[in-house]
Design a protein around this ligand. Structure first.
Ligand code: SF4
Ligand code: SF4
Length: 305
């Protein structure tokens, strides 16, 4: 096993190397309404969101992607290359906006992966020589969380089933693997350009914009996908998310995950030739003007300013 890993939730990463747990590891924990620390974790929330979390929450709230992202998330960077991630927005004291006073979480049945797992942390570890994520776990012990003092033992597998994380992990797995590959710096992985980063954000979190993009005439003129795929992504959020993952692999790693229409590249070059030529001309003129000015200064010993 490689030591390269991508953690969800990364906010629970401890400076100490955590003991790695498996499905069969036994933990002692119980959380319930009425426990002395009830809601303490949500009052200092630092919740990283994965794509399926966004889908569930925006559907629960009946919001479109743009409105949800604006009202309920804040951006952060997933890595040093500026790959964009998002976290749940909190109030000024750090409390989650979905916390409903003493009633607890107002979106409980659609709460994000991080909230479901806590106090277990999901570690996506990379198998040697592959970019397949192997799920393992660790246990977070924070002083305010009294659930660890409760006399209930269960395995990590039983805890995962109780919290309903299986569906979330299944739908987010391809996205975790993508980030794992980006962080592990595999072949063809460099610093993404601005356009790739924008595409990553759209395909990860802004599903309404992604749907408009893949159903646009421009997209269809560029990519060669069957009509059934377009019909599917028009109405199926999971199919849309999966197509988004394929697009991101293409943008970040140059993988040919979506076949292009023949001649699409040449057509794009033709369409943009005028813009490229104008830009090159402007750059050459600016460079010539600067050289001329520098020469003049050197010869006369004085500047124009
Ligand atoms: S989404 Fe719910 S469970 Fe998660 S931090 Fe907010 S209030 Fe707590
Ligand atoms: S036991 Fe832990 S997880 Fe449960 S409410 Fe208390 S702090 Fe939150």
């Amino acid at each position: 096993m490689s030591d390269e890993k991508f953690d969800i939730p990364d906010q629970f990463a401890s400076p100490a190397i955590p003991a790695v747990l498996t499905e069969d590891s036994v933990i002692q924990f119980k959380c319930y309404k009425g426990i002395s620390c009830f809601n303490a974790c949500c009052k200092r929330a630092d919740v990283t969101l994965a794509p399926y979390d966004v889908l569930r929450l925006q559907k629960r709230l009946g919001m479109n992607s743009e409105a949800f992202l604006k009202a309920h998330t804040v951006p952060f960077q997933l890595d040093a290359d500026g790959v964009p991630g998002i976290k749940l927005r909190t109030d000024d004291e750090g409390a989650c906006l979905f916390l409903d006073g003493e009633n607890g979480c107002s979106v409980y049945s659609d709460r994000p992966t991080v909230c479901r797992y806590y106090p277990v942390a999901l570690l996506n570890l990379r198998e040697k020589d592959t970019y397949v994520a192997k799920q393992q776990y660790s246990l977070i012990r924070e002083g305010h969380c009294k659930g660890h003092e409760e006399a209930r033992e269960l395995t990590v597998g039983e805890y995962r089933a109780e919290q309903g994380v299986g569906e979330f992990d299944e739908h987010n797995k391809a996205w975790y693997e993508l980030i794992l590959k980006k962080k592990s710096g595999g072949p063809g992985v460099g610093k993404p350009n601005e356009m790739s980063l924008q595409l990553f954000f759209m395909a990860s979190f802004n599903f309404d914009m992604l749907r408009r993009f893949v159903l646009s005439d421009n997209f269809k003129a560029t990519y060669n996908l069957p009509d059934e795929t377009y019909a599917l992504v028009a109405g199926d959020d999971i199919a849309l998310m999966q197509l988004g993952n394929r697009l991101m692999r293409q943008a970040l790693f140059g993988e040919k995950t979506i076949p292009e229409q023949s001649g699409a590249w040449e057509k794009r070059v033709d369409e943009r030739r005028e813009i490229w030529e104008a830009r090159a001309k402007a750059e050459t003129e600016a460079r010539n003007a600067k050289t001329e000015k520098d020469m003049r200064q050197e010869t006369t010993g004085c500047s124009d300013n």
